[in-house]
Design a protein around this ligand. Sequence first.
Ligand code: GNR
Ligand code: NI
Length: 172
Amino acid sequence: MAIRKILTAPDPRLREISNPVERVDDDLRALMDDMLETMYDAPGIGLAAIQVGVPLRVIVMDLAGEDEDPAPRYFVNPEILDPSEELAVYEEGCLSVPEFFDEVERPAQCRVKYLDYDGKEQILDAEGLLATCIQHEMDHLEGVLFIDHLSRLKRDRVLKKLKKEQRLAAAE
Ligand code: GNR
Ligand code: NI
């Protein structure tokens, strides 16, 4: 396993639409293992493959609390079914938009159809943070960041700050 570098906005690769996985094989499991290790190291509660520069429809997640046992989840080719009309607001953050958090409104519940770590089809009913996190990660697969759900003023302000930080880091 290896920790990979997480891309940060405005890296254009984060705007790519990720491709469906054709087969859940050992190569794909090696990618998922790396993604999980990278996510734990960051630390974060979810990670989409494009965040490490791989444009495949793969997500890893672990919502277990600090004093709970690890509970890794793997989603390959996920599809959202039956999003609820009821909405919920969560304060979101993103490893690709470091040090910025804001509230985003999304369907409170949804169902996800996906392939698991072994390539077996699964259906999961999600609510609360799980539903929010799945939708945040699904957005990554379409090249969408959580700041795209905010006002243009807020989004442009964040992107400008990130650009400046990257310019300063590159000049070191
Ligand atoms: O670590 C993360 N926390 C988080 C908090 C609220 C809503 C979504 C997330 S996902 C984020 C990790 C990440 O960037 N995943 O793409
Ligand atoms: Ni994110």
